[in-house]
Design a protein around this ligand. Structure first.
Ligand code: KIV
Length: 259
């Protein structure tokens, strides 16, 4: 094995070393390879693929078979980064199902799994960790619950929500999670959780006091010009650059046809 291979333990230990965790999503071989070549330590095959690759309105449409397909593609890049796979909607409803499906993602090439929730899935988290599969938590806005919640709402504003987030974070730590994604959590609450727990928090729309940050790569690169998000300002207008290149190529093709 590559001596420099990044494991879940490496990510966990980054907090004690004062190192921030920069994490991005990838859904296929070329993006995984590109992210790995620039040194991202944590690559997530997110179920966001349902929206940003497959064109669904939310992540609840993603199946295990689709996750396995994309994890296999990403794993072919053999990244030095830790390759984490999302457990899709309803794939971890029971303890037995969660271990079986986490194993399927590992067989496809994942080195760790992530699932959404805290105390309500703690039996599943314990069982996945006991099966030897590193587990990353996900608290705050849980995209797999978007339909019952009626949208993407910031969490932690109300005191009961704040207390629930602290209790969920503690429970995930006790169950053996190596890191926790905090999505759309108020910055003060995300900061409080980050100071409270020994494992890294990786924020998305959760302020700058987290131990790391994660973004959906197509959002960062401006590949989805049809949607705008409050928590990310694209650093490239990839969609417009691609359109310009393709228009130029079409013009060349059309020009070369004339005799
Ligand atoms: O599915 C995903 O890409 C995610 C990130 C937004 C954290 O869970």
């Amino acid at each position: 094995m590559n001596q420099n291979k990044i494991t879940a333990e490496t990510i966990r230990a980054m907090k004690a070393r004062g190192k921030k965790v920069a994490a991005l999503t990838a859904y296929d071989f070329p993006m995984t390879r590109l992210l790995d070549e620039v040194g991202i330590p944590f690559i997530l095959v997110g179920d966001s693929l349902g929206m940003v690759v497959l064109g669904h309105p939310d992540t609840t449409h993603v199946t295990m078979a689709e996750m396995e397909h994309h994890v296999r593609a990403a794993a072919r890049a053999k990244p030095r980064a830790l390759l984490v796979a999302d457990m899709p909607y309803r794939s971890y409803e029971t303890v037995a199902r969660s271990v079986k499906n986490a194993n399927r993602l590992v067989v496809a090439g994942a080195e760790a799994v992530k699932a959404e929730g805290g105390r309500e899935i703690i039996g599943q988290v314990r069982a996945i960790v006991a099966a030897g599969i590193p587990f990353c938590g996900h608290l705050g806005m849980l995209p797999q619950h978007v339909r019952e919640e009626g949208g993407y709402h910031v969490k932690g504003k109300k005191e009961p929500e704040h207390q629930a987030l602290l209790a969920d974070a503690d429970a995930l730590v006790a169950a053996g999670a190596f890191a926790i994604v905090l999505e759309l959590v108020t910055a003060p609450v995300a900061g409080e959780i980050s100071r409270r727990i020994p494992i890294p928090t990786i924020g998305i729309g959760a302020g700058t006091d987290c131990d790391g940050q994660i973004l959906v790569t197509p959002d960062l690169l401006g590949m989805l010009p049809w949607f705008s998000l409050k928590h990310v300002k694209p650093r490239l207008n990839a969609a417009e650059q691609m359109r310009a290149v393709i228009r130029g190529w079409i013009d060349n093709v059309n020009a070369s046809r004339t005799r």
